[in-house]
Design a protein around this ligand. Structure first.
Ligand code: URP
Ligand code: ZN
Ligand code: ZN
Length: 574
């Protein structure tokens, strides 16, 4: 029997609860400022220069470094029972590795088997995760069947258990049909939750698998052949059409191909409230590995939807992130050891689907995005942290460096490099899809709720230090964009200046746990790759206190007035 792990009590001297980070560049999605950051009792208490702080406060010198909001990985599968086995990185190992890489919050998926109670499964997940997590975490819930009980339990989860997002599958044995998808999306919308889809055409995949096997294709190369780009793109399009019919906002998880990204662009251009998440796997590597002659190597890269053989895919997806066609990056961390992947030797359809990424996500995206010049540090923050916080409604508690926010912070040295390897990673899995990749950017310090958990590159994660973070329904960036629109209209008309704008937003939107992105001044609007960025030194209007109180009214708003926020379309905010 395993011994229950107790939360580590924080009976620290008050001086140990205080920390000041000096001389660094504070990066928010809205811009970069040279400011000091003072933290006390797990919260950011002051930001600015020449701060007056208590004696004995620990000082970290961040000269030459960026001070980033801790990464939020919106897509992990720790200790997940799937395809006849269980993913090997559990909530302890997985969150420890997340912290090592600069991620300070993860959102995992409650995954009931077809017909199981989603509520019971939620409690099971809470039980396995609560005492293990080294950083904060939230939970999405998968809908692997559709009936009245599921509908009722969704309501309970939203209203009593801090869940605000549900994932539906268009592939696998537990996929929902179009009518069920419609009803599930409609239910999400009525609850103020966010509908997510795994978009692949399950029926075509089934037929393709049969055909390939009949032709004698048994190796891992059969995986991508059975689920090519068109199979993903068709399902993304169908999901968008169904969401539109159900008048539901939609979040497409793990967008893996150029065609799928293009479909999202089309629907967003048409005004749909659709957001896309791509994976660090898709940005950092490609499907050429499925041709590798070593089974372990190619099987080690198998996930669904698969990596694409087109070598221009990673750069293309990064550009879609730069252009705000896609908004988030996850890892879909779901790891199986070589012996588990071997369950599919002789039958590619039995290779457990899933790859690593939670630890390397920040470094790989920095390398492929910022270091390569496709995005700036502010956009990096948006796609690795802020946008997840906004969509899953934990902003501005998470996802920004602001007074009043949780002290989840990464001190990032862009001048140092790291080489990714299974020999040195902090995961339980024995394989790494980024093996040998050299990345610029090292998280020298990672602060999790005020505790220094990576200290000058030494990992000091603490089991049980994290807690479950409730994600409230009715995310204003999804369901109340018109409230924000009014205020931004006043700013545009010159009625409000930047500070007044902030004060107004702080009063109104911060109450229901929301936030804002200001309209960029013309001077700050550059190429699409600089979207969301401000020139260094420009005042960041997030520097203010905020309060978090009751939920907003539950009346559902339609998606018509403001086009696809949070994505920065016509209204200049999201
Ligand atoms: O292959 C994958 N993506 N494994 C995890 C399950 C899922 O669909 O996200
Ligand atoms: Zn999926
Ligand atoms: Zn997944």
């Amino acid at each position: 029997m395993s011994t229950p792990v107790k939360k580590v009590p924080i009976h620290l001297q008050s001086s140990q609860n205080r920390l000041i980070i000096k001389n660094g560049k504070v990066v928010n999605e809205t811009g970069i400022l040279e400011d000091d950051v003072f933290i006390e009792d797990g919260i950011i208490k002051q930001i600015g220069k020449n701060l007056i702080i208590p004696g004995g406060t620990r000082v970290i010198d961040a000269r030459g470094r960026y001070i980033l909001p801790g990464g939020i990985d919106p897509h992990t599968h720790f200790e997940f029972d799937f395809m006849g086995t269980r993913s090997v990185d559990d909530f302890y190992q997985g969150t420890k590795a997340a912290i090592a890489g600069g991620t300070t919050m993860i959102i995992d998926f409650v995954f009931p088997k077809k017909g199981e109670s989603i509520l019971d499964k939620y409690h099971e997940y809470r039980q396995k995760a609560d005492d293990k997590v080294c950083c904060d975490y939230g939970l999405h819930v998968c809908l692997t069947s559709w009936n009245d009980r599921v509908r009722d339990e969704m309501k309970t989860l939203c209203q009593q258990h801090g869940v605000n997002s549900f994932k539906m599958f268009m592939a696998y044995d537990f996929m929902l049909n179009d009518e069920e998808l419609y009803s599930a999306m409609e239910a999400c919308k009525n609850l103020g939750a966010l509908a997510q889809v795994h978009a692949e055409n399950g029926s075509i995949i089934r037929k393709n698998v049969e055909k390939l096997k009949a032709q004698g294709v048994t190796g891992p190369e059969g995986h991508e052949l059975s689920r090519p780009e068109s199979v993903e793109a068709e399902a993304v399009n169908r999901a968008c059409v169904i969401a539109k019919a159900a008048d539901s906002p939609l979040y497409v998880v793990h967008v893996m191909s150029k065609s799928a990204g293009n479909v999202i662009r089309e629907h967003r251009d048409g005004g749909a409230q659709v957001w896309g998440e791509t994976l660090v796997a898709a940005l950092g590597t490609d499907g050429s590995h499925y041709k590798h002659t070593c089974f372990h190597h190619s099987a080690g890269h198998i996930l669904s939807p698969p990596l694409r053989p087109d070598p221009t895919t990673p750069g293309y997806l990064m550009n879609l992130l730069a252009q705000d066609v896609l908004q988030l990056t996850g890892s879909d961390h779901c790891t199986f050891k070589k012996e588990q992947k071997a369950m599919g030797q002789g039958d590619f359809s039995k290779i457990p689907n899933g790859v690593n990424g939670v630890e390397s996500r920040m470094a790989v995206i920095w390398e492929k995005g910022v270091h390569s010049g496709l995005i700036d540090p502010s956009r990096f923050v948006a796609i690795t942290s802020t946008n997840a916080a906004k969509l899953f409604n934990v902003y501005p508690r998470k996802g920004c460096i602001a007074v009043g926010s949780d002290a989840d912070i990464v001190i990032w040295n862009p001048a140092k490099t790291q080489t990714i390897s299974a020999q040195t990673h902090h995961l339980a899995v024995d394989f790494n899809i980024f093996e040998g990749m050299v990345c610029h950017g090292v998280p020298e310090f990672v602060i999790v709720n005020g505790r220094v958990c990576v200290d000058d590159e030494n990992l000091r994660a603490v089991q049980g230090h994290g807690t479950f973070v409730e994600t409230p329904v009715n995310a204003p960036f999804i369901y109340a964009p018109e409230k924000l629109e009014e205020i931004f209209e006043s700013k545009k008309n010159g009625v409000l200046d930047e500070v007044e704008l902030h004060n107004k937003l702080a009063k109104i939107e911060f109450e229901p746990k929301t936030c804002f992105t200001p309209t960029l001044p013309d001077s700050a609007i550059g190429t699409p790759s600089c979207r969301g960025a401000r020139p260094e030194g420009q005042r960041n209007i997030q520097d203010s206190t905020f309060s978090i109180s009751e939920e907003m009214d539950t009346e559902r708003k339609s998606c018509i007035k403001v086009k696809n926020p949070p994505g920065g379309k016509s209204s200049g905010f999201w």
